[in-house]
Design a protein around this ligand. Sequence first.
Ligand code: AMP
Ligand code: MG
Length: 500
Amino acid sequence: MSHDHATTEADRDFGISYAKLPGDCYAQVAPTPVAAPKLLKLNCDLARDLGLSVEWLASPEGVATLAGNRALAGVDPLATAYAGHQFGNWVPSLGDGRAIQIGEARDRSGIRRDIQLKGSGPTPFSRGGDGRAAIGPVLREYVLSEAMFALGIPTTRALGMVTTGEPVYRERAEPGAILTRVAAGFVRVGTFQYFHGRAMTDHVRALADYVIERQNPSAMGGSNPYRELLAGVIDRQAALIARWMLVGFIHGVMNTDNMSITGETIDYGPCAFMDEYEPGKVFSSIDRNGRYAYQQQPNVGLWNLTRFAETLVPLLADDETEAVESAKAALDHYPELFHRYYGAGLLEKMGLVESNDENRAVASAFLELLAAGRADFTLCFRRLSTLHLDDPAGDEAVRSLFADPAPFDAWSSTWRERLRTERRDDASRNAGMQAVNPAFIARNHRVAQSIEALENDGDSGPLDALLTVTGSPYTEHAEFADYESPPAPHEVVHQTFCGT
Ligand code: AMP
Ligand code: MG
């Protein structure tokens, strides 16, 4: 599919396709202008992919657009309605309370992407909130979402961030900022729930038709496209959550309004990559019962998908019993799909090729070893990726990560036995492992340091360094080798906050 990438925004059609849905799916609302917009960061690669001129985006007109002070030509911005289960509790009306879609653009591969401002002022869905965002959470979302993209994990992206020149009041006054984020779609499980909860089946159908046309056009030819939609969403979430687990990512607020129909990671709040491997790990200050702990994520995924399936039941068959059976059958696939994606990924991380019980056992034993030794998840896998089969001299790199290396030594001899049966040479195994075990993740303490340097000293050096290493996470960066390391004890971040 080819289309012209215009160099100026005036030649482009940024019209929002969501606007053709029934009027109660959204509210047309313009961003509230801000006092003194200043560009903090522009994602030039993403801009080019969307066919947007970097020069224009960096110009006063472009910055004004990213700040919500001017609209893209011919577009009526909008905020969408949605509901959701927050920590298991049903909330019938949420919606974009501080996000406004300002346009839609096709990327180079012809995929339509929504462009949204986050922190751009109140909307009819703000429920008393100010519609704004502080610089810390905006920077956090920018870094984390771009780090996920570079890891190859489906995610919303960050096109740019601006400061507003206005304070926002949280626990204290903080500089206000606006993130421009881009997604294949911002429809959430909670968007379907909003209409299902009001028994508005025609709206659920219209929404389903919209996402099918936009994201699953192949489903349109089938006998029941809604069944294919359900199966597709289940498959994408199983794959996504498996990827999270494999890099130690904890989303932190897996409410149904934060689960995207596209299978992209969305709504970066108190999310974090864990340092030490701890299956029950929770960072979010608001997740008091550990509902969204690291190891809970696959189960929560199924819980959320079950809520999604409930909204589609009226569309799955004319006969209700048949419809419910069909939804159950689709959901029953999820555990198998998740284990297939996760299991395959874990074996790759271990440098093992064959999916058999012995290999799976050695992989689980490694995770148990990490948990027992509270060892650094990312660093252990990265260093394991450099070991040689017949020369244990290099093992010290991994051994030294454990207070007591004896269990690792016992484990590594079993691992080597497994590797020997596969007859792969060191070089290709090492390369394969390094391509899936990142050297760099957006570690909490680095994110915190970047925010502090920028807020306190106006110094963007730490942010730029962090974006550089997390932007090519599988490659060594000799000058930033420190960024591979876990935090020193005094640098450990114990809690993360929503920042709303
Ligand atoms: P979140 O926890 O960020 O996913 O947000 C949950 C809900 O609260 C969503 O409907 C948001 O739009 C809304 N919200 C969060 N922060 C604000 C804010 N500062 N102003 C208005 N609405 C907000
Ligand atoms: Mg949200």
